[in-house]
Structures are given as C-alpha cells and as structure tokens.
Design a binder for this molecule. Structure first.
Ligand code: ABC
Ligand code: CA
Length: 482
C-alpha cells in the first residue's frame, strides 16, 4: 500500500480513459460535442505507458472505473465515468477486471503508481417519471437498491447552506445525481468495505475522491482509513478557509483555491501576487500544509488554458507552475499536445488524433524538462519535498513571480512573448553566494549573481525560467549536460 509519503516525490498524469488511447489499432473520430463513448480503454493506457513515462511521470490518475448508467441520457453517455450504477462491477466500455489488473501490474513493473478516481456522493439512474419527486428504477443502483438509501430528492440551490450542499442533489431534473444517504450507518459501512476491497482487488496506490464537499466531513476519516492509501479529495472552491477542514479527513485535497489564482493570473491578466497569497494561506491552514496537495492548472471540469490564451509564453508559464510549487504535480492529458478545449465537454478531446507526437513537440519537451528538474532537485536535496515554496518579493509583483524551493528558483511572468520582465533576488534573500552560476533547465542558458551575491535576471520573451545552481549539475548528467 502506498501512503501519502510515498507519493510526494511523484508526478501524476491525469487520464480520461475513454479519451486517451484505444488499444486496438483503430483510430475512430471522436465527436466530443456528442458526449458519447469514443473507445478508449485500460488496454489502450497499457500500450501508451512508454509515452507517459518518457515525459517523466511515475503515476497516473484514471477516470472512474465502475459500471455506469448505460445508453444515452439527457446529458449524453457516461463516458467520463462519474455516473455510477453498480459499484461492484467494472465499466465494460473500458475493459475487464483482468485488463484493469494488467494495467496495475504494468505500472508497478515500471515503478509507477495507479490512482483511481472514485465517487461516493451519488449514483445515477435515468428518471422513469417526471412527476415530483421523480421515480427511478432503484434496483439498478447496486448494492443500494432502494429509495431509502438516498436523500430525499431536492437540487442544491444554496451553496452557502452546507446542509443543502451535502444532502441535496447535484444535476438537474433531466439527469439527477441521486444523493447517497451518507448519514445512514448501513450505507456508510457498505462504502467503507467497498473501498477497502476495491483498493485491494486492483492493487490501487492512491485515490482521487470526487465531490468531497458534498458529503459530511466526518464521513471521510474512516473512509480514508479503510482505503489505506493516499487520498486526495476534490473540494471545488476558491476559498482556503472553506477547503482547509477537508485536509483533516483525507490526506489532502486538489488545491483548487490556488488553481483559481493561477488560472486568473495567466488567462485574464490577473495579479500574480494573488498566487503567492493563496499558497501562503494554504501552507498555513491545510493540515500537513501543502506537502500532499494535488497541484494542477487543467482538468476535466475547467477550460484548458490555451482555450483562453494563445500566447505560447503564457501557456508555458502556466504549465510550469505545478512542477515548481509545493505538493504533487498533476498534468491533464493533452496539455503536452497543446490541446485547446474549452468548457466541458470540449476539454475532453481524444488524444489519438495527435499521434502521441513526441518529436518536434516543444510542449512535450517542456514537460520532460520540468519533471527532470523536479526529480533532480529531490535527488540533490532531500529537504526539497519538505520545504515550503517561498516567494521573493518583486518590484513588478502583478506580472512576475519568483518562487524559491531550494535548490530550484522559478521565475514566472504573465507578461507574454512580447514583454520584457526582470526579477531581482537580493543577496539578503540568502539563496546564493557571489559570482555563482545558475542554469535555466528549460533552455540550459546560464545567469550569474554579481560580486555582492545579488541576482538580476531579465527575460525578453516572457518565457518561464527554472534555475538550479550549476555546481549541482553533473557534466555527465541528463539535465543540461556539459
Ligand atoms: C456535464 C455538464 C453539465 C451538464 C451535464 C449533463 O453534463 O457540465 O453542464 O448539465 C460529471 C461529468 C460532467 C457532468 C456532471 C454532472 O457529472 O464529468 O460532465 O456535467 O452530470 C466533480 C467531477 C466532475 C463530475 C462530477 C460529478 C463531480 O470532477 O467531472 O462531473 O460526479 C460542482 C461539484 C464538483 C463537480 C462539479 C462538476 O460540480 O462541487 O464536485 N466535479 C461552484 C460550486 C462547485 C461546483 C462548481 C461547478 O460551481 O461551488 O461546487 O462544482 O458547478 C469559484 C468558486 C466556486 C465555484 C467556481 C465555479 O468558482 O469559489 O465555489 O464552484 O471561484
Ligand atoms: Ca451528498
């Protein structure tokens, strides 16, 4: 079993199984607007582990695996996996139990981890009547099978009322998400045993837990204990004080508050200083600080960064963020191919039309360099993983950010490719000595501190820089060798 401490040094590649790879040599077109299955499978992922590993990832997160509502609902097909119908069966669209075990084994042979997305909050059945409250064929919802296992039907109407958020339903009358009665002891115990068995049946190393804020907080500690592996929860909110208590029940959360600050800074010229503010709040308020958070800039629920901005420098800066921040970096499949999909469902493109391009693909190389730099930092400084990102104040604080996580120093900007930006790291920051050479691992260019140990760096193309002291690089190593 893999507890949180085994995850901190890793980085995660997030996959929507249906959209990643087919595994049968075919290449059907995928009309994402139709919201239907496009054919991706667990075997498809096995076939593309080289591609994922070549980028430097040593873990994957796959979309939910259990059997979902079948057929075309008012919201399309359940290709994303979040509409569970029978939690004791697997989704046959993605393969068999043997296929899933083969994926798990194939990962473990490569010393990679498997994170599975799971949903406790709801199951889904298509309404069988439109009178209120609606009727459902509860026998489809296994192992629950009766209306008494669910909260009475009501849709969440007031996000400021936490009881509403926990006990009313997500979705809408056309496609309601039946809200499990997680106040009922029998139902709760069923979920606790289910997760324990699921983790053991498929040798799962970690869980991404869906809709965490929609289930009462004190449900989670025992759930996490039964899981026995690293748990990272989805609490979709832009507010640290609201999110923080959920880091007590689970190992940690996907750091949505910081995500929103990063997203705004890079897509709408938002103030870069708000990123530092949000991370500092998270460091102070989350249980375990930011050590175990999932750090990301894209996922299946939000528009991709290049759907909003086309400037390459800005896109590269945003992509750099999770790798130089605290916590565990997560990259959403397709970022490395420059995918531009906007809101759900446009952000769930099929990856196979890209040909899994690794040559002449600067973004693929960018991700490789970021993973390599982080691995190098971890290897050369055991303290790296336990350190807190520290922000060195800059004079143009709204458009630049200097993030120190020794031995790395990241210089970011949202100024874009025609901007000229500069960063100053005074000797008083205590990072470098006089006349010290630093290498930008993204370009292998060097910069140096002056005779007083101050560092002044300028960038005329708005590109991110990730600096590491030259003395730490080995002439024969993989990072900027020679
Ligand atoms: C899709 C479309 C819908 C369409 C439906 C048929 O299909 O998006 O428009 O009506 C799955 C599928 C989706 C599907 C949904 C619903 O199911 O993937 O394609 O919707 O059927 C998780 C998963 C997500 C998954 C589900 C359901 C949950 O990541 O992929 O969706 O299992 C809420 C939940 C959150 C959920 C998210 C989709 O909805 O809390 O768990 N994600 C506010 C609320 C949030 C809310 C968010 C979006 O709006 O506070 O709770 O998320 O509705 C910040 C504020 C936040 C604010 C954000 C937007 O701005 O601080 O409070 O979030 O600044
Ligand atoms: Ca609920």
């Amino acid at each position: 079993a893999a507890p949180a401490d085994q995850w901190t040094k890793r980085s995660i590649y997030q996959i929507v199984t249906d959209r990643f790879a087919l595994g049968d040599g075919t290449s059907p077109s995928c009309n994402i607007g139709e919201r239907k299955y496009c054919g991706g499978t667990w075997q498809g992922i096995i076939d593309k582990l080289d591609y994922i590993q070549e980028m430097g990832f040593d873990a994957i997160w796959i979309s939910p695996i259990v059997e979902n509502v079948e057929g075309v609902t008012d919201g399309g097909e359940a290709y994303h996996g979040y509409w569970a119908q029978n939690i004791y069966s697997l989704n046959p669209h993605f393969g068999t139990a043997d296929d899933l075990r083969s994926l798990s084994n194939a990962l473990h042979q490569r010393n990679m981890y498997l994170m599975v997305d799971i949903v406790v909050n709801h199951l889904v059945a298509v309404p069988t009547s439109n009178t209120w409250p609606q009727s459902f064929d509860y026998s489809l919802l296994q192992p629950f099978g009766g209306s008494n296992c669910f909260h009475p039907e009501c849709f969440i109407s007031d996000y400021n009322n936490q009881t509403d958020v926990e006990q009313c339903w997500l979705g809408y009358s056309g496609l309601p998400l039946l809200d499990l009665d997680t106040e009922n002891a029998t139902t709760v115990n069923t979920m606790y045993s289910w997760i324990k068995d699921l983790v053991s049946d498929y040798s799962i190393d970690g869980l991404r837990v869906d809709t965490v804020k929609h289930v009462r907080k004190d449900f989670w500690p025992e759930f996490a204990a039964n899981a026995g592996v690293y748990t990272v929860g989805e609490v979709l909110i832009g507010d640290v004080p609201y999110a923080a208590p959920y880091t007590n029940g689970l190992d940690s959360i996907l750091d949505y508050p910081t995500y929103f600050a990063v997203y705004n800074a890079f897509t709408s010229g938002g103030n870069m200083a708000t990123i530092a503010d949000m991370v500092t709040q998270a460091q102070d308020q989350y249980n375990h600080g930011t050590f175990y958070v999932g750090s990301f800039v894209e996922n299946q629920d939000n528009p991709r960064i290049p759907s909003i901005v086309s400037d390459n420098s800005i896109i590269r800066n945003a992509m750099t963020w999770p790798f130089i921040n605290d916590g565990i970096p997560i990259l959403y499949y397709g970022q490395e191919q420059g995918y531009k999909g906007g809101n759900d469902p446009a952000n769930r493109e099929a990856l196979w039309p890209s040909g899994f391009n690794t040559e002449d693909n600067p973004l693929f190389a960018h991700v490789q360099a970021l993973n390599a730099a982080r691995k190098y930092a971890i290897a050369s400084s055991p303290a790296f993983l336990l350190s807190k990102a520290r922000f060195i104040p800059q004079s143009s604080a709204s458009s630049t950010l200097a993030v120190s996580k020794s031995p790395l120093l990241a210089l970011l900007t949202n100024g874009g490719s025609s901007s000229t930006e500069s960063w100053s790291i005074p000797n008083s920051a205590g990072l470098y000595s006089a006349n010290e050479t630093l290498v930008d691992v993204l370009t292998c260019n060097t910069v140096s501190t002056d005779a007083d140990g101050n560092l002044n760096v300028m960038a005329k193309n708005g590109m991110p820089q990730v600096l590491i002291p030259a003395r730490l690089l080995s002439p024969s190593g993989s990072l900027c060798a020679g």
